[in-house]
Design a protein. Structure first.
Length: 127
């Protein structure tokens, strides 16, 4: 039987990189303890050799903010498998600014203002 650190060598996603099955389990335990109805909906997949990319929607409700409102974070995951079919790398990609920070009251207001200030004008429109 593989050791804990051999099951999943690295997970990089919503938290700093963690290693080992117990640490990864802790990420999910925290998710289920702090969110209501968290679940992933896989919307696409691409498999090439030992690497798989998944696109997904992470659906949930916050317990302490915007109660009862469905929230969605869209992202993608890179999975790399070893010869035995075990995942050796799981890396999530998602836009924290657009998908999370913009939804928060004070930080969201600042992020939306920054986005407007940095926006590229539409073609043919002078600033």
């Amino acid at each position: 039987m593989p050791s804990d650190s051999q099951v999943v060598n690295r997970y990089s996603g919503f938290r700093p990189e963690v290693q080992g099955l117990r640490a990864i389990g802790g990420v999910f335990e925290h998710m289920f303890a702090t969110l209501d109805t968290p679940h992933f909906v896989v919307t696409g997949r691409v498999l090439q050799g030992s690497t798989c990319f998944l696109t997904w929607d992470f659906c949930f409700r916050m317990r302490n903010f915007r109660r009862g409102q469905d929230q969605v974070i869209r992202g993608a995951s890179q999975l790399v498998f070893d010869e035995a079919g075990r995942i050796t790398l799981h890396r999530d990609y998602w836009d924290a600014a657009e998908e999370l920070y913009m939804k928060l009251p004070v930080l969201g207001m600042l992020m939306r203002g920054l986005r407007r200030a940095l926006a590229v004008p539409a073609a043919g429109v002078s600033p």
